[in-house]
Design a protein around this ligand. Structure first.
Ligand SMILES: *Cc1c(COP(=O)(O)O)cnc(C)c1O
Length: 402
């Protein structure tokens, strides 16, 4: 982007992929070179190797590589038998991709409201939305923070519902108890909370769906996705669906998809697998520094601490007073790019205009959230600039826009 802004410095992007790529470039080139040599560009050996790596790192029986995070959701849902006539409860505060995947199975998405604390799906709202048609719950681990899985799994087991986790933003994230002081997790049985502590997202439900879209915390180098599951049947169905509904060539059983993960993509993701844990740690350090430096500002709400499981796919705060868009405009003038996820909750999209949804928390929070620059390679200098600009705007009120 251009360097034309008030600060006279280069614009700090909300996420800068270039230093990450630079950091791994020799290994990435080598990986690509290797694929060029064997030239098995579709379903080459690197796909299975990556699947084994991911399954091992998540400690699950199966991982199935697919074309995108959206397809990972769609194929998991179909592999779990979700389809026409079913209702699937999910959060309204997510990428449309979540709702779209549910729609594409023929099922109906039913939107639940969120917790104002972390913008993740509110388990009480999930329970209230259950009808005789409800077949599944799709929690989303938003911004890299695990949803309240003890409560969600408790509800799912009580009502015999399938859980498919949308982990597009949470590769490597784990559920951690905040303790009972927040009250948030008070509903779940203490033994379950104890058992779930430190458990990775994607391993609670029947399947977990990951995205390798470049901007995700486990971003790749183009589109890609992965399904993880401990269920042999679901894994076999998913592998069949990604390959035109055929377990064996010319033996198509159902209409499926052309949704394989490219060999080149898999080869480069194998390289990223060596680094993602360190990258997540660096994101966490950046986030902790933001929290440290901004915690005295009364007009914002920061992510709750301690949270050792959060991987900070995004660092999102809520502006409790004033106009978020003017704040964002100010930061832009200071050469700081921000993001809003999501300006429109799913239930307010044009697609659902004829449905009478009213989800007040999401409708309030959508005007408050703003994500600051974060990434494994955000320099201390650049972060200082972000912190200074945020403090200046919120405390000094020298709010002259460029
Ligand atoms: C990005 C994203 C998806 C879709 O992943 P793609 O790989 O872009 O298809 C689904 N759900 C959430 C929450 C996401 O952030």
């Amino acid at each position: 982007m251009s360097s034309i802004n008030n600060s006279g410095f280069n614009t700090i992007p909300v996420l800068d992929l270039k230093p990450e790529v630079r950091h791994m470039r020799h290994e990435l080139k080598q990986a690509c070179h290797h694929v060029m040599e064997h030239a098995r560009f579709v379903m080459g050996p690197e796909v299975e190797e990556l699947e084994a790596l991911v399954a091992g790192c998540m400690d699950v029986r199966h991982a199935v590589g697919v074309n995108s995070g959206t397809d990972a959701l769609l194929i998991s849902l179909r592999a779990a038998g979700i389809g026409e006539g079913d209702e699937v409860i999910t959060t309204t505060f997510t990428s449309f991709a979540t709702a779209e995947a549910i729609e594409m199975t023929g099922a109906r998405p039913v939107f639940a409201d969120i917790s104002p604390k972390d913008c993740n799906i509110d388990p009480d709202a999930v329970e209230a939305a259950i009808t005789p048609q409800t077949k599944a719950i799709v929690p989303v681990h938003l911004y890299g923070k695990s949803a309240d899985m003890p409560r969600i799994m408790e509800i799912a087991e009580k009502h015999d519902l399938i859980v498919i986790e949308d982990c597009a933003q949470s590769f490597g994230a784990a559920w951690h108890d905040h303790g009972s002081k927040s009250g948030q997790q008070a509903g779940a049985h203490p033994e379950r909370r104890e058992a779930y502590r430190g458990r990775l997202t994607g391993t609670f439900g029947l399947a977990g769906a990951f995205s390798f879209f470049p901007s995700k915390n486990m971003g790749g180098f183009g589109d890609g996705g992965m399904i993880i599951t401990n269920d042999d049947q679901v894994a076999a169905q998913a592998a069949m669906l990604r390959m035109h509904g055929a377990r064996k060539k010319y033996h198509n059983e159902v209409p499926g998809y052309n949704s394989r993960l490219d060999t080149l993509q898999a080869s480069m993701l194998q390289v990223k697998m060596k680094y993602f844990s360190a990258f997540n740690s660096r994101r966490r350090s950046v986030a902790l520094r933001y929290i440290d430096e901004l915690r005295d500002i009364g007009s914002i709400q920061l992510p709750e601490l301690p949270d050792d499981g959060h991987v900070y796919h995004q660092f999102t705060l809520q502006l409790l007073e004033g106009d978020r868009d003017i704040f964002a405009e100010y930061l832009k003038c200071e050469g700081i790019q921000t993001a809003v996820c999501y300006p429109v909750p799913c239930h307010q999209l044009p697609l659902y205009k004829d449905e009478p949804w009213s989800l007040p928390v999401a409708e309030r929070v959508k005007d408050r959230v703003i994500s600051l620059p974060i990434g494994p390679f955000l320099s201390e200098n650049d972060q200082d600039r972000v912190i200074a600009a945020v403090r200046e705007y919120l405390l000094d009120v020298q709010k002259e826009l460029c």
